[in-house]
Design a protein around this ligand. Sequence first.
Ligand code: NAD
Length: 492
Amino acid sequence: MTALDFDPAGVALPLGHYIDGARVETAEDAIPVRRPSDSAVYGHVPDGSADTVDRAVSAAARAFARSDWASRPPRDRARVLRRWADLVDADAPALARLEAVGSTRPIKDALAWDVPFTAEGIRFFAEFADKLGGEVAATRTDQLGLVIAEPYGVVGAIAPWNFPLVMASWKIAPALAAGNAVVIKPSEMTPFSLVRLAELASQAGVPPGIFNVVQGQGRTAGDALARHPGIGKVTFTGSTRTGIAVMRAAAESGPKPVTLELGGKSPQVVFGDVPDRDAVARTVFGAFTGNAGQVCVAGSRLIAHRSVADELVERMAELAKALKPGPTWDGSTTFSPIISTPQADRVDGLVRGALRAGAEAVIGGRRLAAIQDGAFYEPTILRNVAPGTEALDEEVFGPVLTVQTFEDEEEALALADHPSYGLAAGVHTADLGRAMRAVRRLKAGTVWVNRYGRTADFVIPTGGYKGSGIGKDLGRQAVEANLRHKSALVAF
Ligand code: NAD
């Protein structure tokens, strides 16, 4: 027992959609929502229809037009967003339990990371509200050329399940700071915490209708949202395949800008000159086992110099023994479940395929039998994975690392470059020149040198190259992506 343990049955669920500043229960089909820790159904959400999406978008459009959210002094908007962040912090124990109970986030991580990261992200974006300006263009002096930044109106957002609050807040907060209204659809697998986030926004003073949550499946509510003509801009985080469908749906209702944060297959390149192999092993290990590998920027391909590969693998095999899988409501859990049984089966299928093609599982390679009913998968390190094997080429989204070795820098960088993904990459070396050459060469949206993974440096944008996405979450770029520019030429 730890002080963080909680009873999953005791968590109150905010049910229904959240539209126009209130929870809305509808008679739509109910989607059962399962806890990944034990596969039990712990709640239901309505499968939002096109009519419900229309109701939410109409409420948002009305609020954008009639409330003063976009027209008020921007500092007032910033103040409301900061108050919202403070309420998130104040609600942290309850919000973290709500996040943990039905997601893959152990309560310890939800409390130490997800909730504070959400609050800090909101504060970061709040600060942009009164620091965004347009331009005065160089024109004849008897004219004034203005480039005016304006919000789109209603931003339609679609979020994934892997970090439900954090990923969604990176969509909502920059859109609101820029003066937009938002309609967001959470994943149907992790639907509840966003409703609570919306209630806290209302308490902080965000006007009714400016922040709405529509529940439902991707192919119903998600599709209806992406193709709603009342949406000015679409922002999506999820798999590459769905991102393509979202882009198509968004275009079919009239062209509109789309931000896509998609999947990855990110390499971690380790050169033979690293001074502290133990530290590198810990970093590489954390980058594929954190959230059981269900991280878009998971470092799922180790590309190691021949001189260090064996030692790194041995050290990681030791580290795996210290992980403690368990339900997300157990405060001592340090290793997450897989989001669902079908997803655990998919991970297993990819691993089995690699093994059949001749790969060796140094550790893992199976479902975790010790935990009944939950969807857990053993940390898995695969060597000798044949080129062309799905486990090497496709995003697994589970705790699976492939190991490849190289002789020289050229070979390392060629292996690191994935033909279709380019979300992130890690480079470990003591040689600054080599590190900077890699930073320049790697075709990825983020390159980490001698570290791996996101920090609270929200000023650093995140987003993918190639099939990993279009545009950025975080950074100034994320706010700018929620603004369009009007040109005015005034003769006097
Ligand atoms: P997913 O693509 O299955 O679903 C994402 C969201 O899209 C969900 O809300 C889902 O209901 C919705 N959706 C599904 N089909 C839809 C459709 N046809 N139209 C509209 N919406 C639809 O992804 P997931 O399984 O929830 O999340 C995991 C994926 O997300 C991984 O590929 C991961 O790499 C990616 N991801 C990327 C980032 C990033 O920043 N690049 C961050 C987190 C997750």
